[in-house]
Design a protein around this ligand. Structure first.
Ligand SMILES: Nc1nc2c(c(=O)[nH]1)N[C@H]1C(S)=C(S)[C@@H](COP(=O)(O)OP(=O)(O)OC[C@H]3O[C@@H](n4cnc5c(N)ncnc54)[C@H](O)[C@@H]3O)O[C@H]1N2
Ligand code: MOO
Length: 396
């Protein structure tokens, strides 16, 4: 049995980033850059106005209410280059090229127009006011985004603005899920006494989907050693990670641990001093990492979020791999006994966290509405309302 911290340390130590692949920017959202990306040109590539108004030479504005003749217009998207003489002004719009000779833009609201002249109601007008200069955002040849950048909507927009549509990213892991348990029945079939609907695989597929991992295949195995061995072997040949659910405890029909031993996987840890999710088993062969999750649904999902998700993120090149953790006040008193740290299904709202009804490891009802987990180490077995507790936010 290892501590929560030790289990997390071992996950970090035994997880490697996967190889890189090329993806179009839109298909790379949620991935991580595997190389620096350089700017092929400066942004902006020409001097632009950042306001609708009038382009002026700032040194012409020597007092309030200077009157200048309007010598022309520059609108966004016009191809020809325009220039402006001192002592004149140019009508200009947001994003339009600033005429050569102009050094500032006065916003429309600070001007008035009559008889082809504009009165500038602003004094002084500093040089470069309301101008975007060439390369102000980034210069040609500079690193636009460093290796390791997570591709978000903002990243996608920035890259597209640089005319970049294909980028190198770390690939995401291919996942094989192994479901074990003779009592499990697929949704839609009729339940006999003693049977339950199989839900862990859908829960895992949903969690993987939220992470942008869709290359997932599911095998079902009877509670039988050779069937479990065969499924694990096939899944490990075809995938980077195998996630098993169920059959990892000490019962006579719990074959996952024995099967992993049979295929020669090295156990990195088995059992964590936590509740729920104690019997998590992490093992590896040369090319595959195996996470055998406890069958109890809530235990399975807690283990997925706390240990498997971070590993999958690391494999995909992400550095911030654990759920975001914050210290928040708890809205009520809570205490527990025993030797295991606890993860409580919880809800964060208005800067406070509340643990939900139904913390048993077979019960998913609380998880179904949770947006966070409270982590209480054994050193914090009694908390009062208002005490600060560690909260891990679930992905949304
Ligand atoms: N003598 C001991 N018994 C148990 C221990 C222990 O230390 N000593 N640990 C308990 C803890 S803690 C957990 S957690 C469970 C883990 O058991 P398994 O991983 O072997 O899981 P199963 O026995 O296969 O199933 C447990 C429970 O979950 C239901 N289940 C399983 N798979 C699914 C699925 N895919 N979809 C829906 N529900 C599923 C299953 O029907 C059982 O009710 O062991 C304790 N026992
Ligand atoms: O660890 Mo088990 O998940 O406590 O029921």
């Amino acid at each position: 049995m290892v501590t929560v911290d030790e289990a997390k340390r071992r996950v970090l130590t035994h997880t490697r980033t996967l190889s890189a692949e090329k993806r179009t920017v839109l298909n790379a959202v949620g991935y991580v850059l595997s190389e620096n990306v350089l700017a092929g040109f400066s942004l902006p590539s020409f001097r632009q106005s950042s306001m609708d108004g009038y382009a002026v030479l700032h040194t012409d504005i020597i007092h309030a209410d200077v009157v200048l003749p309007i010598a022309g217009e520059s609108k966004a998207g016009k191809a020809e280059k325009v220039s402006m003489k001192p002592g004149t002004a140019f009508r200009i719009f947001t994003g339009a090229p600033v005429p050569d000779g102009a050094t500032a833009v006065v916003m429309q609201e600070n001007t008035s127009v009559a008889n082809g002249n504009v009165t500038i109601g602003e004094y002084p007008v500093p040089e470069n006011k309301n101008l975007r200069n060439i390369g102000q955002q980034i210069r040609e040849g500079d690193i636009a985004l460093p290796s390791g950048t997570f591709i978000s909507a903002g990243t996608a927009g920035f890259l597209k603005g640089l005319n970049i549509d294909e980028i190198p990213v770390f690939r995401k892991p291919k996942i094989g899920i192994l479901v074990t348990g003779d009592e499990l029945v697929k949704t839609g079939e009729t339940l006999s006494h003693g049977q339950v609907y199989e839900s862990n695989s859908s829960m895992l597929v949903a969690a993987l989907k939220q992470e942008g991992i869709t290359d997932v295949e599911i095998y079902y195995s009877e509670d039988d050693l050779s069937a479990t061995v065969q499924s694990l072997l096939t899944l490990s040949e075809r995938n980077d990670v195998v996630i098993a659910t169920g059959g990892v405890s000490v019962g006579d029909y719990d074959y996952v641990g024995k099967a992993l031993e049979t295929i020669g996987a090295e156990t990195i840890f088995y059992k964590i001093r936590q509740k729920p999710g104690k019997p998590l088993l992490f093992a590896r062969t040369e090319n595959t990492n195996f996470y055998a999750l406890p069958g109890n649904p809530a235990s399975s999902l807690v283990c997925y979020y706390e240990y498997v998700l971070p590993a999958l993120r690391l494999m995909s090149g992400r550095k911030e791999c654990f759920l975001p953790a914050y210290q928040l006040p708890i809205s009520h008193a809570y205490s527990f006994r025993g030797e295991r740290d606890e993860f409580l299904k919880a809800f964060v709202s208005n800067g406070k966290v509340t643990s939900l009804e139904g913390q048993e490891s077979f019960a998913l009802r609380s998880f179904a509405i949770a947006n966070a987990l409270i982590y209480l180490p054994v050193s914090q077995q009694t908390v009062q309302a208002g005490d600060m507790v560690e909260v891990h936010l679930l992905p949304f």
